[in-house]
Design a protein around this ligand. Structure first.
Ligand code: S6P
Ligand code: ZN
Length: 192
């Protein structure tokens, strides 16, 4: 950062598919075998190809994780597919600093943002290109792809939010998003 110096940004977004390009980009892939526990029908899942990529996440963390006052940026791509009648989805999490909020926005494809509060009330918002979603603090969030193409979703969240995956890993959401009569529906999920 030199005085009077002009440069390009170090990260660029491909506005077609929103792929992020640049040095500091982190690429993560979640295979079915790594997230098996989130799906209801483990037997069906065990008969599917375990190496299938369920979703990938590109992120740019311009400051160290945990830094107060900074922002992180990410693009999540959830692949189309189902385990039985349950759509491919992300693990889902609360934020570790649980009052930290987040924005999501739909870029490509169709899906649902599944939300759950601390009292385990669960609801969902439809995600499609241009949909914008404010996820308040204390709200667990998860994306599911209900279409037949990739669901691509942008995200921006505070650099000190962190992730708490444990509560969802232990108890799940209180509802599952499944296909009923050809359409997505939330159905009650009993505590394990
Ligand atoms: C981070 C933000 C997203 C998710 C991504 C994958 O706070 O909500 O970048 O990390 O959608 O979901 P998950 O639940 O596997 O982290
Ligand atoms: Zn989050």
């Amino acid at each position: 950062m030199k005085h009077l110096h002009i440069s390009r940004s170090i990260v660029e977004l491909g506005l077609g598919d929103y792929s992020m390009k640049g040095d500091p980009i982190i690429n993560q892939f979640r295979l079915l075998k790594e997230i098996a526990g989130i799906f209801h029908n483990r037997k069906l899942l065990s008969e599917m190809s375990q190496e299938t990529i369920a979703y990938s996440v590109q992120s740019w963390l311009p400051v160290a994780e945990g830094t107060p006052g900074g922002l992180f940026f990410g693009v999540s791509t959830i692949h189309p597919g189902k385990v039985g009648d349950e759509y491919f989805m992300t693990k889902g999490h609360f934020h570790a600093q649980s009052d930290r909020a987040e924005f999501y926005w739909g870029i490509q494809g169709n899906g649902m943002l599944i939300l759950m509060d601390r009292d385990r009330n669960t609801w969902a918002e439809e995600v499609s290109p241009g949909s914008l979603h404010y996820i308040g603090g204390e709200i667990a969030h998860r994306l599911a792809n209900t279409g037949d193409e990739n669901l691509i979703v942008g995200a921006c969240w505070p650099s000190d939010a962190g992730h708490d995956y444990e509560e969802i890993a232990a108890n799940g959401f209180s509802a599952r998003l499944v296909e009923v009569d050809g359409k997505p529906a939330l159905v009650e999920n009993k505590l394990k």
